[in-house]
Write a protein of this length. Structure first.
Length: 237
């Protein structure tokens, strides 16, 4: 009997691939990059506070030409320690998952979720100063969640379920229901993350585990020899 995979079956990753030295190296590198980025955010915030630089003024000022630089600067700036802390853990978890599971796609995802939401905020958001790495968080989490569902790979599904469990409540952040929150940044970044997850769904698909019964080929049945009446043994008697 031969079994076929249906379109919605979740595949296990090839154990040799998942346990390879290359895979472990990529995980360590992904975690290290995420930690270093969060450390850089903390350093920038500390320097701004210690020297009284008030770097928050370099955030995005919608439709103000002088505020265009905020598209690059805004994700690096935070209003206070709580603001920074609220983004730190999601960046560590989501960033590690993105870089480890989607190394090829991340080359497109990270620049897009860093820059595109800022452009959209500058064009369409309400008049305010928009700062914070929450756009990165929303873009990365949206990509990891949707990308995991579309790939039907167990590791990707596990990451998708993890970010949904930890940060599912973030969905409320795309609505204008809390004062002082740049919901426009959250919404723009989440949309960018979802669009990229769909567009790049064919990338970073790991080899799946092949089971022994899948490699079995059905034995060719030998036709039974035909026996004619002349060849049949005569009945005794």
């Amino acid at each position: 009997m031969r079994t076929h995979y249906n379109a919605m079956q979740i595949h296990a990753t090839d154990p040799a691939y998942a346990a390879s030295d290359d895979s472990r190296t990529r995980f360590r590198a992904a975690a290290l990059v995420s930690v270093m980025f969060v450390a850089a955010l903390a350093f920038i915030h500390f320097v701004s506070w210690a020297l009284g630089l008030d770097l928050q003024r370099f955030g995005i000022h919608p439709r103000d030409v002088a505020g265009l630089g905020g598209i690059v600067m805004a994700p690096l700036l935070h209003g206070d320690v709580l603001h920074l802390a609220s983004n730190a853990l999601p960046l560590l978890i989501g960033g590690t998952a993105l870089l480890y599971l989607y190394p090829d796609s991340s080359r497109f995802v990270l620049p897009a979720v860093y820059v595109v939401p800022g452009i959209l905020v500058w064009l369409f958001a309400r008049d305010s100063i928009h700062i914070g790495a929450s756009g990165l968080v929303y873009g990365i989490v949206a990509y990891v969640f949707v990308g995991g569902i579309l790939r039907r790979d167990r590791r990707a599904w596990a990451a998708s379920i993890l970010v949904a469990f930890l940060y599912g409540a973030m969905v409320w952040g795309v609505l204008p229901i809390k004062h002082g929150v740049s919901w426009e940044t959250h919404l723009a970044a989440a949309v960018v993350g979802v669009v990229l997850a769909v567009a790049l769904r064919g990338r970073d698909v790991p080899p799946r585990k092949v089971y022994s019964w899948e490699m079995e080929t059905p034995d060719e049945e030998d036709p039974e020899p035909l026996t004619s009446a002349a060849d049949s043994p005569r009945a005794a008697g």
